[in-house]
Design a protein around this ligand. Structure first.
Ligand code: ADP
Ligand code: MG
Length: 384
């Protein structure tokens, strides 16, 4: 195995030609709405994925990641084949670029990320977008940021086999710090909406990792498609709160899934209004309502996440908290009074540790030294 301390030069005996980064993301509200054609409201986190790269004269791709305990992987361009592990994200990107008519030659790649893997903060899209940006720059590809996000999603859907919507890649490609991306996932129209003044976002990673490619996510997707079919609409996006009565005829599970999606779309619209009005309490209430809906109607929360939300709620400095990301593990996002975020997060982590024996981590507000020298880093965990 290559050592964590490997630099690009250590790995490939030369310097990289270019490097690009992309951030992780945290979704504020609008969960499981993207594959239903609905609304989402993500923003970026300070943690980022960096891809360094240099072209090779042959058709070989060599890739190494500081975040997985493995030697470098290799494959030939044009011979991408799914292996069921992390290199599929790299193979997926080169394969969709070729399918879209972009000519590449071989490359050496070094990946390093401070976005935790499998924690609902979109390390997968951060990797896809950082790699696409690096390739765009190395091969002067003419791809704008929205099509770039689409390519990332295609890599994940068609190659990796994870049926994610487009939110993650759009957020990683287009969102900005402290500005949320109000995105219509059907038209891909978006507006940038600043977070309300006087607030801290707090992101706490439960330490329980999920797998978006897992069966539960795909099941939810199928349930939504089935509900839409029974209701006679192309997607659940085509219904709104005035249609809630129509859900009465659905089987119980589908009724609850559809109710979550319809109300969650409305919560995104309401959250944008609250942010524009600077109404922190209203925004916080929408966080709690979204969490309750994900817990009871959509059933994607787990006891550890519910505990984190409850611990945050006990703090009078917190306006709202909820599961963020696809669920079945991952992270919570809370809205706290400005200047209190780190303290709130650390208190939640302490009490969570005492109750569960698990080590949670506060990710935002960011630690002071976000991008430590990889040489100083602890050894990487095995890929979850
Ligand atoms: P999330 O996107 O919420 O972090 P996913 O299950 O969608 O979770 O994606 C996580 C997977 O993406 C990892 O298990 C790994 O295969 C791949 N991945 C993401 N970031 C990296 C990285 N820096 N190095 C190697 N693989 C990565
Ligand atoms: Mg992902």
């Amino acid at each position: 195995m290559d050592d964590i301390r490997s630099t690009f030069h250590d790995l490939y005996g030369r310097e990289p030609e270019c490097s690009a980064t992309a951030p992780g993301r945290v979704n504020l509200v609008g969960e499981h709405t993207d594959y239903n054609g609905g609304f989402v409201l993500p923003t970026v986190i300070p943690q980022r994925t960096t891809v360094e790269l240099a072209r090779r004269p042959d058709g070989l791709v060599c890739a190494w990641s500081a975040n997985v305990a493995e030697a470098a992987s290799q494959y030939h361009l044009g011979h991408e084949a799914r292996e069921g592990r992390w290199i599929d994200y790299v193979q997926g990107v080169t394969s969709v670029l070729a399918a879209a008519g972009h000519a590449l030659c071989g490359v050496d790649i070094r990946i390093d990320s401070s976005v935790p893997l499998g924690s609902g903060l979109s390390s997968s899209a951060a990797l896809e977008i950082a790699l696409l940006r690096a390739l765009r720059s190395a091969f002067t590809l003419d791809i704008a940021d929205v099509p770039l996000a689409r390519l990332g999603q295609r890599a994940e859907n068609e190659f990796v086999g994870a049926p994610c919507g487009v939110m993650d890649q759009m957020a990683c490609s287009l969102a900005e710090d402290r500005v949320a991306l109000f995105l219509d996932t059907r038209s891909l129209e978006f507006e940038r909406v600043p977070l309300p003044a006087g607030t801290d976002l707090v992101v706490v990673n439960s330490g329980v990792s999920h797998h978006v490619a897992g069966a539960d996510y795909a099941t939810r997707r199928r349930e939504c498609e089935e509900a839409a079919r029974l209701l006679g609409v192309p997607q659940l996006r085509d219904l709104d709160v005035k249609d809630l009565d129509r859900l009465a005829g659905l089987p119980d599970t589908l009724r609850r899934r559809a109710r979550h999606v319809i109300l969650e779309d409305q919560r995104v619209v309401d959250a944008v209004a609250a942010m524009r009005a600077g109404d922190r309490r209203r925004l916080g209430d929408l966080f709690y309502a979204s969490h309750a809906s994900m817990r009871h109607d959509y059933e994607v929360s787990i006891p550890e996440i519910d505990l984190l939300v409850d611990l945050a709620r006990k703090d009078p400095r917190v306006h709202g908290a909820r599961l963020t990301g696809g669920g079945f593990g991952g992270s919570i996002v809370a809205l706290a009074e400005e200047g209190t975020g780190r303290e709130v997060g650390e208190r939640v982590v302490r009490e969570y540790g005492a109750r569960t024996g698990r080590q949670a981590t506060v990710l935002v507000p960011a630690p002071v030294d976000l991008d430590p020298d990889p040489r100083a880093r602890a050894a990487p965990a095995r890929e979850p």
